[in-house]
Design a protein around this ligand. Structure first.
Ligand code: OAD
Length: 247
């Protein structure tokens, strides 16, 4: 019933925005953050692992955690949900804007074009302090972050940590897509982190239909016109498959 309703919205919407979170990649084997048993934040404190202060306090510990997450990515692949989104975007050029909080690159691997990555890229590095002319990388001891031996500047993962600004151009493009869409699909996010979660509310206020796809309650259910209780890899192919196989 819910799926048929959202499928009908998808068919008529001129512009579609999709906001994805960690649940999008759960069936690829990437842990979420807030799931009670398996989420990263059940084991670690976000203020230790996902803030600049946490990194400055324990750089080796945090670097090793990101190294572990990077290693995990080498063994995972996009799931049927990522593939369904990519195929839909390829069949309907310019109609779907994909906005993700994920840093795993799986949407891009599946072939989705122009993904708006709000929280950066897990596989990228950047300098912790603004780089100086002296900043060149030295080999570091195993498990320690690479650094500049002249000034001590450290490399850090290229992800957005709590308390940091999102990349402005990406956020503005996502807000524009949220304001302009007729339908927003919110997939696999707890809806607890802003400004990302605010995009669903923005879309609703601007007149879009909002559909949440999540096997469990989320903080964005109240912003939704339809809530589908299913997983990304199960529901997205059913929602996004062409009505006519020739399409
Ligand atoms: P969370 O871990 O907070 O939420 C994951 C959501 O995915 C939950 O609502 C689950 O019910 C849902 N879920 C689990 N399995 C699913 C499946 N197979 N299909 C669909 N949904 C499923 O992750 P996010 O909401 O993405 O930020 O978290 C937002 C941000 O907080 C992350 O980008 C990260 C985190 O701290 C930073 O690291 C800056």
């Amino acid at each position: 019933m819910g799926v048929a309703r959202v499928r009908a919205w998808l068919q008529t919407a001129r512009r579609i925005a999709v906001l994805t979170g960690a649940g999008m990649s759960a069936e690829s084997g990437v842990p979420t953050f807030r799931d009670a048993q398996t989420g990263y934040w059940a084991q670690y404190r976000p203020e230790d692992m996902a803030t600049e202060a946490g990194y400055r306090a324990q750089p080796g510990l945090v670097w090793r955690w990101y190294a572990h997450r990077r290693a995990l990515l080498r063994g995972v692949a996009p799931n049927a949900g990522h593939v369904a989104l990519a195929h839909f975007a390829q069949r309907h050029p310019g109609r779907l804007t994909l906005i993700t909080q994920n840093v795993d690159g799986l949407h891009q691997q599946a072939g989705s074009p122009d993904v708006l990555c709000l929280h950066g890229d897990l596989l990228a590095d950047r300098w912790l302090n603004p780089p100086r002319p002296c900043c060149h990388l030295e080999d570091s001891a195993a498990g320690e972050p690479p650094y500049c031996s002249t000034c001590g500047n450290l490399l850090r993962p290229g992800v957005v940590w709590f308390g940091e600004a999102l990349p402005l151009a990406v956020l503005e493009a996502a807000q524009q897509a949220a304001r302009a869409c007729d339908l927003m699909l919110v997939v696999g996010t707890a809806g607890a982190v802003y400004p990302a979660a605010g995009l669903a509310r923005l879309a609703r206020e601007a007149g879009a239909q909002v559909a949440v796809l999540n096997p469990a309650p989320s903080e964005l259910d109240d912003a939704a016109h339809a809530v589908l209780r299913g997983t990304a890899a199960q529901c997205l192919p059913a929602l996004l498959a062409p009505a006519d196989p020739q399409e």
